[in-house]
Design a protein around this ligand. Structure first.
Ligand code: ADP
Ligand code: ASP
Ligand code: MG
Length: 403
């Protein structure tokens, strides 16, 4: 008998009508003899609303209580969906993280699932029950409720697929699958039928939120095939799986963007060994991730400028560290958080020369200034002014034959 994980995102369970629609999708699977474990997100907008409420009490709202608060959205949709299935005559039951339990480790808001108890749930499945599990939440060894990072219901789905050894893990969402770029921003975006874990991981870490990146990482590690498809249409979705099965005819598979970055420039920094290390050591000690770094060539071999990018949320903390650390010496500092990161991703990039040139030429034709660059084997990212985001995505999408 087939066993499946079906995960429904926030928009898919965003209203009572939609929850009833999701219950029908599940009932159909169940009636065909499949054992179903459904993972649900909170109704769309709910988690943000709860976050806002916590901030209206304190900017430093207690982290333990924040996880109790944020996990409540998924509790609501789990109960509503199980209730809807029961109403349709299906034996169904929801379990909260601590009832299963879904054990996590790591800090609040950013925990990782390390184990899930399967006994009671497997028993219920074997009795023809449909299991509903809230995404995004877990419980720590000390018994505290935890959450596993924004968009984390995807990670719950992948972890459940692995631990329950299901045949498939289907991610139902509000678009038909993974597209060459965000279809809500660029209507000519094309649906991708198949994509490798590596490419999907790059796309999602670079801003394509259709799949959460840590979920893709786990799927890749344990070779769990994923399928992203629409809750609202019957169209074929996107299959994400091991690269060996794919044929690469295109150099670029997709264009991603994010507005999560900020750029800092330190001017008048001494050009000698150890200076860059002095700057980046305290940042690393404070868990601040530096993404791109550019050091200009100094004309006099004495003084130079260093530009680097970090997560926008870390900007204030980074500026404070740079200002207060006596080992970091510079003449002046500037920062810019009105930037966006545009990336092209493709496994075929490895074997195609001229991709970098083509990207830079295309942006130049649109008079878009590149502020920082970073590359890896299968991706090329640039930082540009935020206002140029849409223009850049459109241009690159066309230039790399993705329209
Ligand atoms: P869910 O609530 O189902 O988890 P998300 O909002 O997290 O859904 O992710 C789906 C959204 O991801 C889409 O509505 C789309 O706007 C956005 N998106 C960004 N990049 C892409 C892409 N390359 N392909 C498909 N969707 C994308
Ligand atoms: N509700 C959570 C969020 O908005 C988790 C999820 O939807 O995947 O981040
Ligand atoms: Mg999501």
């Amino acid at each position: 008998m087939a066993k499946k994980v079906l995960k429904f995102g926030g928009t898919s369970v965003g209203t009572i009508e939609r929850i009833l629609h999701v219950a029908k999708i599940i009932k159909k699977e169940h009636d065909s003899g499949t054992q179903v474990i459904a993972i649900v997100s909170a109704m769309s907008g709910k988690t943000n609303e709860l976050l806002k409420q916590s901030k209206s009490i304190s900017a430093n709202f207690n982290k333990r209580e924040l996880d109790v608060l944020l996990s409540s959205g998924e509790q609501v949709t789990s109960a509503l969906l199980a209730g809807a299935l029961i109403e349709f005559g299906v034996n169904s039951k929801s379990w909260l993280n601590w009832q299963i339990p879904i054990l996590t480790e790591g800090e609040h808001s950013n925990s990782r699932i390390i184990n899930i108890n399967i006994k009671e749930i497997n028993k219920f499945l074997s009795e023809k029950g449909v299991v509903i599990i809230p995404g995004f939440q877990g419980i720590s060894k000390t018994g505290d409720v935890t959450t596993i990072g924004r968009g984390g219901s995807d990670a719950t789905a992948v972890a459940v697929a692995k631990i329950f050894d299901t045949d498939t893990c289907e991610i139902y969402t509000d678009v038909d699958g993974v597209f060459s770029t965000d279809p809500k921003k660029i209507p000519v975006a094309k649906k991708i039928d198949k994509i490798s874990y590596e490419e999907m991981l790059e796309l999602s870490s670079l801003g394509a939120k259709v799949m959460q990146s840590s979920a893709v990482q786990t799927a890749m590690m344990y070779n769990i095939p994923l399928e992203v498809k629409s809750t609202f249409t019957d169209r074929e979705g996107t299959k994400i799986f091991d690269q060996e099965n794919l044929d690469y005819t295109k150099s670029v598979t997709g264009v991603a963007y994010s507005k999560d970055d900020a750029k800092i420039t330190l001017m008048g920094v001494q050009d000698k060994p150890g200076v860059a290390a002095n700057i980046f050591e305290p940042l690393s000690k404070n868990q601040i991730n530096v993404d791109m770094v550019i050091q200009n060539i100094s004309s006099d071999q004495k003084i130079t400028d260093i530009t680097f990018t970090i997560k926008r949320d870390d900007l204030i903390k980074t500026i404070e560290i740079l200002k207060n650390n006596k080992d970091i010496k510079y003449e002046s500092m500037s920062n810019n958080n009105k930037v966006s990161k545009i990336s092209i991703v493709g496994a075929g990039m490895v074997s195609t020369p001229g991709i970098t040139y083509k990207m830079f030429r295309s942006l130049a034709e649109e008079k878009i200034n590149i502020l920082a660059i970073s590359t890896s084997e299968i991706k090329l990212s640039v930082i540009i002014h935020e206002d140029d985001t849409l223009k850049a995505i459109k241009k690159l999408h066309t230039a790399f034959d993705l329209d």
